[in-house]
Design a protein around this ligand. Structure first.
Ligand code: HEC
Ligand code: HEC
Ligand code: HEC
Ligand code: HEC
Ligand code: HEC
Length: 218
């Protein structure tokens, strides 16, 4: 019988298949790495805002407590963003002519709140509650990083399911005294685990159920 394909076709076929395999594996590898990188989680990204509000200046140098502007962080699911009036307690006097603050004055004139773009935003299918964490002694910096050093705010932690679960499995070393939750420079010489175990007992924190899917997906 006459040969339909030349002998070399076999070699080309093998080479083609090999290249296909390499391409598929390579693609998979790229997808897997991107999935867990900062690109996917939006970490360290700076987002445009209506005016350049600096946490470094206000929370850092001026040492205004987080709760002055994020008033419901201890009581509600949402920390809340400050209304224009909160800024105006100072800026009706300080820097009141400055151009950077014009959006603030416009917001007051038009009775329209400033539209801040969200930096940390979980998908809708995830349930989160600030009050529960803050009242358990989890400091803001555990999840938001050194906010008091950020000129423009960025997402410093991935805050993905892996990070939530890692702490929910073993929260003790992440806890601190309640009056230190907003302190960005809190430090203790005591062993964090020893302190944490004691705080957990005192506050009746039980890890049973904390890693159940239904805790965060309800
Ligand atoms: C256990 C982690 C964790 C801790 C502790 C935490 N946050 Fe958050 N924060 C988050 C997550 C997650 C979101 C995004 C929530 C969402 O999209 O529903 C968020 C969102 C926010 C927001 C914007 C949306 C909102 O809730 O109004 C502000 C402001 C905020 N946090 C401030 C704070 C402050 C201030 C503290 C400390 C007193 C704090 N957070 C402690 C995880 C945390
Ligand atoms: C407790 C007082 C106080 C409050 C409240 C306050 N600021 Fe300020 N702000 C200041 C002071 C003080 C300065 C710095 C003035 C200077 O350096 O000469 C400043 C400076 C600024 C600047 C200039 C850029 C910079 O950071 O140096 C902007 C923009 C600004 N504030 C926006 C806001 C916004 C928006 C709010 C509300 C979310 C707010 N401020 C709330 C006191 C305050
Ligand atoms: C003077 C008011 C003021 C103080 C004090 C302040 N913040 Fe904010 N915060 C804001 C404003 C305004 C925004 C929205 C603009 C932005 O994202 O920078 C914001 C945004 C945030 C966000 C991002 C919310 C989101 O998802 O968009 C976090 C997280 C946050 N603040 C944490 C803190 C922490 C932690 C402290 C204390 C160390 C603090 N803030 C102190 C005014 C304040
Ligand atoms: C650094 C530690 C830490 C991180 C990170 C953390 N949690 Fe928690 N979370 C806790 C602790 C501690 C409790 C238990 C509080 C208690 O029982 O008083 C808790 C409780 C909860 C609860 C239970 C509320 C209830 O109804 O009892 C939810 C929901 C929750 N966390 C969601 C999340 C989500 C979503 C994330 C990630 C975005 C997250 N947590 C990240 C420490 C953490
Ligand atoms: C402590 C909170 C927490 C618990 C418990 C939890 N999740 Fe999640 N889950 C999250 C957060 C936060 C996200 C979204 C952020 C991300 O991309 O990881 C998420 C995302 C997901 C997604 C979407 C993943 C994707 O890549 O789009 C699935 C599916 C999921 N979770 C399933 C589960 C299952 C199944 C369980 C129980 C075994 C569970 N989760 C327990 C916090 C939690």
């Amino acid at each position: 019988m006459a040969q339909i394909f030349r002998r070399s076709a076999d070699t080309w076929l093998r080479l083609g298949l090999l290249m296909l395999l390499v391409a598929v594996l390579g693609g998979l590898l790229v997808a897997l790495t991107l999935d867990s990188t900062d690109y996917r989680t939006g970490r360290d990204w700076v987002i445009d805002q209506p005016l350049p509000f600096s946490h470094a200046h206000h929370a850092g140098q001026l040492q205004i407590d987080c709760r002055y502007c994020h008033a419901s962080v201890e009581s509600s699911a949402m920390a809340s963003l400050p209304p224009t009036e909160t800024c105006m307690t100072c800026h009706s006097q300080i820097w009141k002519q400055s151009d950077v603050l014009e959006p603030l004055r416009k917001s007051l004139r038009d009775l329209q709140p400033l539209h801040w773009n969200r930096v940390v935003d979980l998908p809708d299918y995830v349930y989160f509650h600030h009050g529960v964490h803050v009242n358990a002694g989890v400091g803001c910096s555990e999840c938001h990083g050194q906010v008091d050093r950020m000129q423009l705010l960025f997402k410093a932690e991935p805050l993905n399911m892996g990070q939530c679960l890692a702490c929910h499995r073993d929260p003790a070393p992440h806890l601190r005294p309640l009056d230190q939750v907003t302190n960005q420079h809190w430090h203790t010489d005591e062993d964090r685990r020893v302190l944490g175990e004691r705080l957990m007992k005192a506050r009746h924190i039980d890890t049973a159920g904390l890693t159940d899917c239904g805790t965060c997906h309800r």
